[in-house]
Design a protein around this ligand. Structure first.
Ligand code: GDP
Ligand code: MG
Length: 201
């Protein structure tokens, strides 16, 4: 059985994260929890690359559209569209503009339950509802309504894979095998080794 410490996930610091000078702050949050950085690059992408990225998961449109409609309903607001696929198609067009507006920092983080831990530290999609203490909750204040009314993507600083399956496909989309560095980090001993006795007799 694969040990949980071998799980990895994709993180992208989106163009607004780079422009807000938050690269170091964001990396520090994933680093200090104990995750290991195993790949990193700064990259400018095309619209086609982003279309492919968000359609890796055939369910993404439905899930994202439904999440948007639920957020409106929960706040007693009405969206001008009510078909989730239509809503997500609009979101995807805006995402292409957002992601191609400047450089992105792409990373792969490895460690126990990496996908869930990174999502927890990142916070929920809509920054105005993200918990205090998360990246999206602490550093940005965007909302579905404001972004939709202004015909743009929600600016939420980072992308983080939503599931282990999503992470596998997404890492493959952004990185070649040669770009992923397998190495042992000294802190893994204290995080994962069964015997941590360091007392000298
Ligand atoms: P994530 O996994 O939390 O990033 O959220 P999704 O996968 O559902 O959506 C991808 C990205 O699209 C989000 O991070 C936002 O930048 C943007 N986005 C998602 N939903 C909406 C929306 O309802 N309206 C707008 N304007 N942008 C959205
Ligand atoms: Mg997502």
């Amino acid at each position: 059985m694969n040990h949980p410490k071998n799980e990895s996930t994709l993180v992208l610091i989106k163009p607004d994260g780079v422009q807000r000078s938050l690269i170091g702050e964001i990396i520090g949050r994933y680093e200090r929890v104990g995750l290991k950085l195993i790949a990193m690059k700064m990259i400018v992408v095309t619209r086609e690359f982003i279309e492919e990225f968000y359609t890796l998961d055939p369910e993404w449109k439905l899930k994202t559209g439904e999440k948007n409609l639920k957020a409106y309903k929960d706040k007693g607001l009405t969206n001008t569209h009510n078909d989730p696929i239509e809503v997500a198609s609009f979101i995807l067009e805006k995402l292409k503009i957002y992601y191609t507006s400047g450089p992105i920092v792409a990373m792969v983080w490895e460690g126990a339950h990496a996908v869930a831990v990174v999502r927890k530290l990142t916070g929920s999609t809509e920054p105005v509802m993200s918990d205090v203490g998360t990246i999206r909750g602490d550093f940005v204040l965007d909302s579905y309504k404001m972004a939709d009314d202004d015909l743009r993507s929600i600016r939420n600083l980072v992308h983080a894979s939503g599931s282990v399956k999503e992470a596998e496909a997404e890492v493959g989309h952004w990185f070649s095998e040669q770009e992923i560095i397998k190495y042992r980090h000294v802190q893994e001993k204290i995080l994962y080794d069964v015997n941590i006795d360091g007392i000298e007799e």
